[in-house]
Ligand binder design. Structure first.
Ligand SMILES: Cc1cc2nc3c(=O)[nH]c(=O)nc-3n(C[C@H](O)[C@H](O)[C@H](O)COP(=O)(O)OP(=O)(O)OC[C@H]3O[C@@H](n4cnc5c(N)ncnc54)[C@H](O)[C@@H]3O)c2cc1C
Ligand SMILES: *[C@@H]1O[C@H](CO)[C@@H](O)[C@H](O)[C@H]1NC(C)=O
Ligand SMILES: *[C@@H]1O[C@H](CO)[C@@H](O)[C@H](O)[C@H]1NC(C)=O
Ligand SMILES: *[C@@H]1O[C@H](CO)[C@@H](O)[C@H](O)[C@H]1NC(C)=O
Length: 567
């Protein structure tokens, strides 16, 4: 054991005493934390580059560096007491040990794209530290083995770029936006243009390195299949800190076709969209066509229009795509001029919204394009929605000047992977996913307007989408679906969103969480709860081991003799 139960409880009391008085105490906390890190890290920590407190002039820019949702940077939102940007695994191990010892909550940030800011903000009234993995972004590609090790802080774009440096005929089926962080992304599923052919990023994860609640580094073998199952889709921040994923690369043809058709939404276009929803999940696996509706030209003339983009990736040549479209979806009216033969790597730029001719270097810049104040929600559709609902969406779209509605087709490989293979359960029978987004630039000022718009739209769609439960995508985190109360998790409360994100897999996630983190150290507003009132009791009962304090997992682990990789 790294620290005795007694000393951690004492430390907790010590910190709580410290935190309840003046600003000098926060300095004391920094010092205590630094000392603890020094004692627990095997390698030197250059604090000037890795340790930021609110007094540090760089604090706000480091905090702001990768976040997507400015709502969680508003002055009213609780800020971390420390941001720590480790350079080595051992630094992270030390940070876990010290957060636990000092009773400070911890948030894990990889790419900062969490929709509800869970990786950098906390609604729980308790001091917290951010462990920001931005400096752990090595990517090692092994083309012969067709695998890659990707550190959590690397972005999707960097990963794609590094693959393309080594091969024109390999790719990976993850997200469409290059600034998303690989660490958080895979923990929730990770879908993109290759989803109909190869499934999710998480379906193609074959190993991982993770730091557990006891600061140990585990890989797939030493963590066991239960935990390895849970981290591939069970959501970030509940089970440990992923340091790196080992991912299976997939084969793509040297030439692919990117398709783009833009329409101003008129009466006829409703018919086309209606046809899309009947065919989108039934196309050849090599074809994915997503649809984006957005409000345009908002404030200036007072008349709002809606545009609709059909963007497609076809893993093959244009001539073949035109044949398919002619046979299956002539209503869209695709012709050769709407198609571009290109490489898979270039197609990732276009599917992500960059214009033709954008340099691939942009993938290495980890620059986010959509930074704003936003609120989003998601739905899965299992039978075609009526035309009246499409008309309703279109009407509502024009009422909000930051509105975007995105439709992503399923089917193909998604139908062939079982609902329980990984925690992500939205498989066979799901025709497509819808995402409703509203974003704005003026902070609190128009917040209510936009939030209400999204919520009303969500209500409107209820009759037309998945039911019992109405499901949602875990990576599009939505606090409206419920939150753990003040950081205390209960199975009952968490069931509200748990079943929506994970369906029946939620129960298995809770069981695994209860075994591997019975003290509920890795927790946030929507973390997986621990069973029972006293953490650990459920599984401990036969051995009658009483549970006390913050670090009850050790005995259990010892009995199971899970080997430790590198402590
Ligand atoms: C502009 C934009 C575009 C997007 N596009 C797509 C898309 O095409 N496809 C798709 O599937 N999703 C997409 N997403 C959603 C995205 O997958 C999730 O927001 C994802 O969780 C982001 O990962 P991150 O590392 O960037 O985020 P973070 O905010 O760093 O983390 C997200 C969550 O995971 C936890 N976490 C982070 N790092 C780790 C770690 N190393 N170990 C354990 N837990 C961790 C955090 O605590 C937090 O709960 C998009 C999001 C945005 C904002
Ligand atoms: C965060 O960064 C963006 C630019 O990238 C800037 O517009 C915004 O004002 C910053 N926010 C804060 C609080 O510093
Ligand atoms: C990342 O890669 C570089 C260069 O290959 C290496 O020097 C460095 O040690 C690596 N970092 C980690 C944390 O593995
Ligand atoms: C949560 O736990 C804290 C401390 O353990 C306790 O003081 C608080 O009342 C709990 N809140 C709820 C809602 O149960």
């Amino acid at each position: 054991m790294m620290c005795s139960l007694k000393s951690s409880i004492l430390a907790l009391v010590f910190v709580q005493t410290l935190l309840s008085s003046s600003s000098a105490t926060s300095e004391t906390l920094d010092k205590t934390f630094k000392q603890c890190l020094n004692q627990n890290s095997k390698l030197h920590i250059p604090f000037s580059d890795t340790f930021f407190t609110p007094e540090n002039p760089s604090f706000t820019s480091v905090l702001n560096s990768t976040i997507m949702n400015f709502r969680y940077l508003l002055p009213s939102v609780q800020k971390p007491v420390i941001i720590f940007t480790p350079l080595q695994e051992t630094h992270i191990q030390a940070a876990v040990t010290c957060s636990k010892q000092l009773g400070i909550h911890l948030r894990i940030r990889s790419g900062g794209h969490d929709y509800e800011g869970v990786s950098y903000a906390s609604e729980i009234d308790h001091p917290f530290i951010i462990i920001d993995l931005a400096k752990l972004r090595n990517i090692t590609i092994d083309i012969e083995d067709e695998t890659a090790w990707v550190e959590a802080g690397a972005t999707v774009g960097e990963f794609y770029y590094r693959i393309s440096e080594k091969s024109r005929v390999h790719g990976f089926p993850a997200g469409m936006y290059n600034s998303v962080g690989m660490g958080g992304h895979i923990t929730g599923g990770a879908y993109g243009s290759l989803l109909r052919k190869f499934g999710l990023g998480a379906d193609n994860a074959i190993d991982a390195r993770i730091i557990d609640v006891n600061g140990r580094v585990l890989d797939r073998k030493s963590m066991g299949e239960d935990l390895f199952w849970a981290i591939r889709g069970g959501g970030g921040g509940s089970f440990g800190i992923i340091i790196a994923w080992k991912l299976k690369l997939v084969r793509v043809p040297p030439i692919v076709t990117y398709l783009m058709i833009k329409k101003t939404m008129e009466e006829d276009d409703i018919k086309v969209l209606n046809k899309w929803q009947h065919v989108c999940d039934k196309f050849d696996d090599n074809l994915l066509i997503k649809v984006t509706m957005s409000a345009t030209d908002p404030d200036e003339i007072g008349i709002r229009c809606a545009t609709i983009h059909y963007q497609g990736l076809f893993l093959g040549k244009t001539s073949r795509l035109l044949q398919i479209m002619g046979r299956k979806f002539p209503e869209l009216g695709v012709s050769r001029k709407d198609c571009l033969e290109t490489t898979w790597i270039e197609s990732t730029l276009y599917m992500g919204g960059y214009p033709y001719g954008t340099s691939l270097d942009i993938l290495l810049q980890a620059k986010a394009n959509f930074r704003s104040y936003f609120k989003a929600k998601s739905d899965f559709v299992r039978k075609p929605i009526p035309v009246t609902a499409i008309t309703g969406l279109w009407k509502r779209l024009k009422q909000d000047n930051g509105a975007v509605i995105i439709f992503t087709p399923y089917g193909g490989m998604m139908n062939r992977i079982s609902d329980t293979a990984i925690p992500f359960p939205h498989r066979k029978g799901t025709m497509y996913m819808i995402q409703y987004v509203s974003s704005w630039k003026d902070g609190k000022k128009s917040e209510n307007l936009h939030m209400n718009w999204v919520r009303k739209l969500y209500k409107f769609m209820k009759p037309y989408v998945s039911k019992k439960p109405r499901t949602a995508y875990a990576n599009y985190r939505d606090f409206d679906l419920g939150m753990n109360e003040k950081g205390n998790t209960s199975f009952k409360t968490a069931s509200f969103w748990g079943y929506k994100y994970f369906k029946g897999n939620f129960k298995r996630l809770v069981k695994i969480k209860t075994v591997i983190d019975p003290g509920n150290f890795f927790r946030h507003e929507q973390s997986i709860p621990v069973l029972g009132i006293e953490p650990g009791n459920f599984f401990r009962h036969e051995q009658s081991i009483p549970v006390l304090g913050i670090e009850p997992g050790n005995f259990f682990r010892h009995e199971r003799s899970i080997p430790v990789l590198a402590v």
